[in-house]
Ligand binder design. Structure first.
Ligand code: ASP
Length: 293
């Protein structure tokens, strides 16, 4: 019998990473992502399911404080933390998403709760924070958050985290979590929690998790259009994602995405100076990177 294959890609956000050169920060993020990739690779090799691996990977990135998600999130224009997250299971295309959560340690767990334990797809506001207990997320106060990026002026930057996973059973999952764009307007919601914009998964095709200026990913329905290109035009992950990213760039947007298809081929394009990323494809090719310029 042919060995069942798996694939996995992670991102910690795309942005102007070139400005971190020489600060040790890119190396720290790459070391973290490389170790996380290896842990999750062993889990998948041992038959662990895509859903658990995607949640565990995103949770680790939410907790590490290196990216603009979970602990590393920065406050909005009103000084509040507002977290968004989403998850989609490709087997039956169930999905869960949350927006404007303020006290969740692990937004991805609550998005997963919405997917698995409610008839809904998308919840926002105080009711989301109230789900922490049942969803298995700790709640945290404002002191917990240590913004990974306290910039003096607005700089193009982002740091959403995401995972796309295909397990040895053929299931595919995408998960994404963010503190939003830096210094976002209070109440603003980007692409991350919007199924079809920031996140999408379909076992028959593949999975996508996006990062960047969410408004452009919303306006282009980025994740679902990458999936549609792979499905209907038979494009590989790189061709499909590069085409959508080119449109986003032409509109003035920037960012990137991680994409895999059902054959376990992986693409991680971006149009910024870097994207924190790590992947292993079905052939076993391992990539870890951040800023190449
Ligand atoms: N896409 C996210 C948003 O617009 C931000 C990011 O990727 O950093 O909220």
């Amino acid at each position: 019998m042919r060995e069942q294959r798996f694939a996995l890609a992670l991102h910690g956000g795309a942005g102007d990473l070139a400005r971190y050169r020489g600060l040790g920060r890119l190396e720290e993020a790459e070391a973290f992502l490389g170790a996380l990739l290896d842990t999750m690779t062993s889990r998948l090799r041992n038959g662990d399911v895509a859903l658990d691996v995607a949640i565990a990977a995103v949770e680790a990135m939410e907790d590490c404080g290196l990216f603009h998600a979970g602990r590393g999130s920065s406050p909005t224009s009103n000084g509040m933390i507002e977290l968004d997250a989403s998850i989609m299971h490709g087997r039956d295309r169930t999905a869960g998403a949350i927006a404007v959560a303020r006290t969740l340690k692990n937004p991805i767990r609550v998005a997963n709760y919405v997917m698995q334990s409610t008839p809904n797809v998308f919840l926002a506001g105080e009711e989301v924070d109230a789900l922490a207990d049942v969803a298995g997320s700790d709640t945290v106060g404002p002191d917990y958050f240590i913004p990974c990026d306290d910039v003096g002026a607005w700089l193009p930057s982002s740091g959403t985290v995401g995972a796309v996973v295909m397990d040895t059973h053929g299931d595919i999952v995408a998960a994404t979590s963010t503190g939003g764009t830096l210094r976002k307007r209070a109440g603003r919601i980007g692409d991350t929690p919007v199924i079809g914009a920031g996140t999408y998964a379909d076992n028959a095709v593949g999975a996508v998790s996006c990062t960047g200026v969410g408004e452009y990913f919303l306006r282009t329905s980025a994740a679902s259009r990458i999936i549609a290109r792979m499905q209907y035009l038979n494009e590989e992950p790189l061709a499909a994602s590069a085409a959508v990213l080119t449109e986003i760039g032409a509109m003035g947007g920037f960012g990137g995405m991680i994409v895999l298809d059902r054959l376990g081929r992986v693409a991680m394009p971006y149009n910024t100076s870097g994207m924190y990323r790590a992947s292993i494809d079905a052939e076993g090719t391992r990539i870890v990177g951040s800023c190449d310029l």
